[in-house]
Design a protein. Sequence first.
Length: 374
Amino acid sequence: MKIYYDENMPFAREFFSGLGELVPFAGRELSQETAAEADVLLVRSITRVNQALLQSNKQIQFVGTATIGVDHIDQAYLNSRNISFSAAPGCNAVSVAEYVLSALVVLAERYLLDLSGLTVGIVGAGNTGTRLSEKLKALGIRYYLCDPLLAEQGDEREFVSLERVLSCDVISLHVPLTTAGQYPSYHLLNRERLTRLTDKQILINACRGEVVDNQALLELKQAGHGLKLVWDVWENEPDILMPLIDHTEIATAHIAGYSLEGKARGTEMLYLALCKQLKIKPKLTLSQFLPPASITHVEIKQHFDEIILNQLVKMVYDVRRDDGIFRQQLSCQGFDMLRKNYPVRREFSAVTVALAEQASNNDVPHQLGFNFPR
Ligand SMILES: NC(=O)C1=CN([C@@H]2O[C@H](COP(=O)(O)OP(=O)(O)OC[C@H]3O[C@@H](n4cnc5c(N)ncnc54)[C@H](O)[C@@H]3O)[C@@H](O)[C@H]2O)C=CC1
Ligand SMILES: O=C(O)C(=O)[C@H](O)COP(=O)(O)O
């Protein structure tokens, strides 16, 4: 069995070598001719899987994407050919939530904002929006959720309208990219909605670039609008609207979900799905392969306060590192290479936070996602 896998899929060799012959490929370069050989195809978000890619392949049994987003997969086509499909829902949701939190901590310092006084509007309350809301709650930051689909499905959380979340101090977008249905997200933030935002607001896009009309946003910013942007995803990646970069507070190369754990969980989820498909008992788990983090243990000797928590967040992941790399390296490396060469980043859970005896017994670090022995 030939298993074709994206070369940017951590631990793919470790997970899949016992299941078949492995063939790596570069995500944007997979051709119809090469794909014709695959029995199993494992992709990431940059490979479009559709009739154009698979029409010459008569034997393929399984397609998997090690990502949350599935907008690059023509699932109707796979269904029509009876090809099994699996994605990795939630695999890097924690990573994206930690990216957003790091960005908020950085902007609060930059503009002397009192984080606990801000309201955050979360658009899309699925895995990522929920992980983010949990972390905000741990820090005492008020948030509002907008997710009409979950509201209609009877989710018991409180939901507000899109207009209400768009009036929050911070707006964080966590919707899938869709062009059909009752609530399509393509250009959800169109020119008209963008124009209604105020100079004081912060807009964070770490879902898909096409959810915001980038050209309209650029024109708004060029006209002097003060809206602050945290921008991880861009329309038309990798050929992005370069002039927009100078109008962002934090700009990164679609890496919000690139914690080592997040990417590797995606690989593990595909391994489990493929074992199920092949009716094989899975023998491997991610914990066998994850290396220890560079900092694994921190002892807190005093009372927890916002400053210490902010330092903890930045110690594990300071988004300014990725913003700096992006601004300095984009023109020489290019968008895709920046992503391919992404430095190791760990999740808060890789660090154990211990309290010295005299420190206050407050379990905020645990709620934020740190390991916290109680
Ligand atoms: N920047 C990055 O590295 C990453 C980006 N993503 C993107 O983030 C998206 C969201 O991720 P998850 O929360 O994990 O997905 P999810 O599927 O768990 O949740 C998405 C939620 O959005 C809601 N939704 C859909 N259309 C909506 C609309 N028009 N208005 C409000 N809510 C709407 C859905 O009902 C659902 O609850 C993914 O589809 C993916 O495109 C995901 C991981 C990493
Ligand atoms: O999981 C998702 O959805 C994402 O956006 C991933 O972070 C995309 O990463 P690549 O698949 O483009 O490496």
